[in-house]
Every structure is written in C-alpha cells, then in structure tokens.
Design a protein around this ligand. Structure first.
Ligand code: ASP
Length: 329
C-alpha cells in the first residue's frame, strides 16, 4: 500500500482501542526485510511474545474481530498459508482463502494488479505468494490495503525470516554473538536470502555451505556490511563444531531449468544423529520446511531439532504482523 491515508479516501477507521492511525505500523506493507531496523525487530518480537502468551492463556481473542484477510497463493504452501489463516482466526478475524488460483479469474488471464484491486474491495489486508521476484512490491503499488509478501519467487520471504529470528531469540535467548551456518540451496532458497539480510542487523558470523552451483548470490553477500564475517564452503564438517544455529534448506527443485543439474546436487548434505555428534550440545537445527530428505527423521527427537517448534513461533509472528498493519498493536 503506497501512502495510504484512510482519511483522504473518506474511510472512517474503526477506533475501539484508541486511534489506529497513531499505531506505527498501521496500513504498512511488509514487502522485504530491508524495511526493518533493529528496533523494529525488537518491537515485532515483543508483540509476538505477547501473542504467544495470549494463545497459551486463552487460545483465541477478538483483537481483529470484523477484519478480513485475503490469502492469495499462486504457489504451493502449507505452513505460510495455514499459519496466516490460524493467526487471523485466533485474533477473531476471518479469511478469504485463494490457494488454487487455477480456480479463480487468474485462470482467465486476469492480471495481478486487477486481482489485487478486486480482493481489496472485500478484505482489509492481503497476503500474497507469487512465483515472480518483485511481485509483492508490484501489488503494493496498486493496492490501498496492506500487502504482506509471503514469498516472491527466489526473491524474499520476509515473514519467514522474522519467524526464524524470533525462533533463535526464544530458543537461545540472544542473537548477538552467534555463529549461524546456512546449508543447502542458498541460490534459490528465498528464506536464506531474507534471513542473511536480517542477521546483518546483529553481531553474528555466517557460514554458507552449499554445492558450487547453489552458492549464496554474490549480490547478497556484497550487500551485507563488511564488518559481518561471512565465509563460503562446499563441505560441512569443518563448520559444524563451531555452529550455534544450523539452518538447513531443501534443494528447490521447481526453480531448476535443467533436471540433470537438480539430480547432481540433491542429497548433497544429509543431517542424521550420526553427523550431529560433532555439533555442540547447546545449539539448534532449523529448517523452513518442507524437508525432502535433508534431515533424517531419526534426528527429530533430538532436543536440538527446533524445526517443528519453529513453525509454532511462526503463528505468533504472523499474529503480531496482522495486528500491527491493521493498527491494533
Ligand atoms: N516454505 C519455504 C518457502 O516457501 C521453504 C521451501 O519451500 O523450501 O520458501
């Protein structure tokens, strides 16, 4: 949403909890992690923490009663889509789910701007996942209502990065001073692109471990501050014993143009109880999921396996973001 001011459009905001317009995130889009400062993150994590406590205590409450979310997904999703639905419903709001654009007017050739203009007639906020990098920013240019980027191709996945950082903070108590290792498909994995950018706001070191053809894009490495230690590797063994956060990703099969390339790198690294013997006792293993063999299910009961807890933290972060952009936090 660009410069949306409801007062200019003859819309009278509903103000039961004080003036929404005074809320710092009211009406804002969430498009890229580049828009956040460190104090923004502390604010979001504070609200997410409160959401966690409220869900634990009462489950569901009416902060967003009467508000409607349009969940528009042009690419498959399980966690992002259902956690936004759950977040909205736990806050007392409701959801228009469009998970299969094949069955919407998109199949008739409707453009993204027209679909967005349509949905904002019915909803107060739009969550968008789309295969093209920059699509969420494009949608925001046309929309009067807030757009939340739920993954734009190989570009960014800002809400995932926020929940990843929240997971690290809740699990390890701090972010500063940690050694983070990202493993797997760092070229096409949008979650690591967003996470590396967010981590650069803290005092951390990042190791990138990937097959040669799936290295972290040079533009991202160059974009991060020179003061942050970053190192690239093709083997995992030397960095595992140093690592506090191991962030594993799947090889993004759907982004390859050549099947043979995919076959040559799939299964490059597999986390098992055996490999993790070399890891610290007090560290965590994360994964944005879905996993397709990178982490053996035999590792799931290890206390360091944080990937299922990570999904739950995502609910609280998405509740916080919805409340914020709708002026209730
Ligand atoms: N669920 C994450 C995403 O949408 C990770 C993945 O698909 O591998 O980017």
């Amino acid at each position: 949403m660009s410069n949306f001011n409801p007062a200019n459009r003859g819309i009278s905001p509903h103000l039961p909890f004080g003036d929404q317009r005074a809320a710092p995130w009211y009406g804002k889009d969430i498009l890229s992690v580049k828009q956040f400062s460190r104090s923004d993150l502390e604010y979001i994590f504070g609200v997410a923490h409160e959401m966690r406590e409220m869900v634990t205590r009462v489950g569901t409450f009416d902060l967003l009663k009467g508000k409607i979310l349009a969940n528009l997904f042009y690419e498959p999703s399980t966690r992002t889509s259902s956690s936004f639905t759950s977040a909205m419903e736990r806050l007392g709001g409701s959801v228009i789910p469009i998970n299969e654009v094949r069955y919407s007017s998109v199949a008739k050739g409707e453009s993204l701007p027209d679909t967005i203009r349509t949905l904002e007639c019915y909803a107060d906020v739009i969550v968008l996942r789309h295969p093209e990098t920059g699509s969420a920013a494009q949608a925001a240019q046309y929309a009067r209502k807030p757009i939340i980027n739920a993954g734009d191709g190989i570009g960014e996945h800002p809400t995932q990065a926020l929940l990843d950082l929240f997971t690290i903070r809740e699990e390890l108590g701090t972010i500063d001073g940690l050694i983070v290792t990202m493993l797997g498909d760092l070229k096409y994995g949008r979650t690591v692109h967003s996470l590396a950018r967010l981590l650069s706001l803290y005092s951390v070191s990042i190791h990138y471990v990937s097959p040669e053809i799936l290295r972290m894009p040079k533009e991202i490495i160059d974009e991060l501050p020179r003061t942050m230690a970053q190192a690239e590797h093709t083997t995992f063994d030397p960095v595992l014993p140093l690592t506090d956060v191991l962030y594993v990703t799947r090889v993004q099969k759907e982004r390859f143009t050549d099947e043979a390339d995919y076959e040559s790198v799939k299964g490059s690294y597999i986390i098992t109880p055996e490999t993790m013997k070399a890891g610290k006792e007090h560290m965590i293993v994360m994964h944005p999921l879905p996993r397709v063999g990178e982490i053996s299910i035999d590792f799931d009961n290890d206390p360091r396996a944080a990937y299922f807890r990570q999904m739950e933290y995502g609910l609280y972060v998405r509740m916080a973001l919805l409340a914020m952009v709708l002026g209730k936090a």
